[in-house]
Design a protein around this ligand. Structure first.
Ligand code: SF4
Ligand code: SF4
Length: 284
């Protein structure tokens, strides 16, 4: 989401707009939920801070919809549209009472097919937002993508694959008419509510709250331990940042998949490579 908001902001800038993009992290942990904001305007943008009344909401991970603390749909009253990263919006619209017009594209599935991993979603998500905002030509968007990915050191081969996904997203989605900033109350001072720690993204800041959150739903990759290879050194148990690994009576590690968020730190620290990585597009 951070990179997607940045690509979108850069694309808008290259198209001649004023823009601002900013991510907000909760706990700095790989795999944790992130929210990012992009403002685009013809005029200089003087407002700072998070956006409480968005024109467009991009939901990168549908599992966040099931977490009432995520606040992912908090901007619904002002939004003209919602983009859902899923195969079809209908069931989610019904289940979660999504009111703005919903459009969908399976960015995760397509990214898995083209790039071979589900965690590289920024191109598809940025393309969805740029296309639905209807203010950035595809060529300009591609220029922004190249600029941002080259800055991040992404290989040319992967940049081309990301471009392929972005073009497909552009072709599949419509432009949406937004109410625009002019329709918002002029001069209004926006007070952004401070949620308590249990509600703040990613909702795991409060001591002991991790257990209350189904952080397993964040996972796009699943660590799988091979007991035959495991030497019971306990390193994965010690290093897991979520305490999602316990030891059984014989000292073998057991992963709590309800809370393992798929950061793969356990896999990195395992000295005998006893932990495999499996792609996971559904975490429940
Ligand atoms: S079990 Fe492994 S992948 Fe899961 S949260 Fe712990 S360190 Fe990360
Ligand atoms: S780090 Fe590897 S070898 Fe050590 S306990 Fe975990 S899975 Fe077993």
């Amino acid at each position: 989401m951070k990179t997607a908001s940045r690509i979108l902001g850069t694309a808008a800038f290259l198209a001649g707009y004023q823009c601002q993009d900013s991510p907000v992290y909760g706990a700095e942990r790989r795999g944790a939920a992130v929210v990012a904001f992009t403002r685009i305007d013809d005029e200089p943008i003087l407002e700072r801070g998070t956006i409480s009344d968005p024109d467009l909401i991009v939901v990168a991970d549908e599992t966040l919809l099931a977490d009432p603390g995520s606040g992912v749909l908090a901007g619904q009253p002002s939004a003209a549209a919602v983009f859902l990263n899923c195969q079809a919006p209908g069931p989610l619209v019904e289940r979660y009472g999504i009111r703005p017009r919903a459009h969908a594209f399976d960015v995760t599935g397509r990214t898995l097919q083209v790039l071979g991993r589900a965690s590289a979603l920024s191109a598809g998500l940025a393309a969805a937002a740029a296309r639905m905002a209807g203010i950035v030509p595809l060529a300009t968007f591609e220029g922004a993508m190249r600029e941002e990915f080259e800055h991040l050191g992404v290989s040319q081969e992967d940049i081309e694959k990301n471009l392929q996904v972005a073009r497909e997203v552009f072709a599949a989605l419509p432009a949406v008419e937004f109410r625009g900033a002019a329709a918002a109350a002029p001069g209004a001072i926006v007070q952004v509510a401070l949620h308590d720690a249990l509600r703040g993204a990613p909702s795991v800041l409060h001591p002991g709250s991790s257990e209350l959150q189904p952080t397993g739903a964040w996972r796009v990759e699943r660590p799988v331990i091979d007991r035959d290879m495991c030497t019971r050194c306990g390193l994965c148990f010690v290093q897991c940042p979520d305490g999602a690994i316990a030891l059984d009576a014989e000292g073998y590690p057991i992963i709590d998949y309800d809370h393992c968020k798929g950061c793969m730190i356990c896999r990195q620290v395992c000295p005998v490579e006893a932990i495999a990585r499996e792609a996971e597009t559904r975490a429940w």
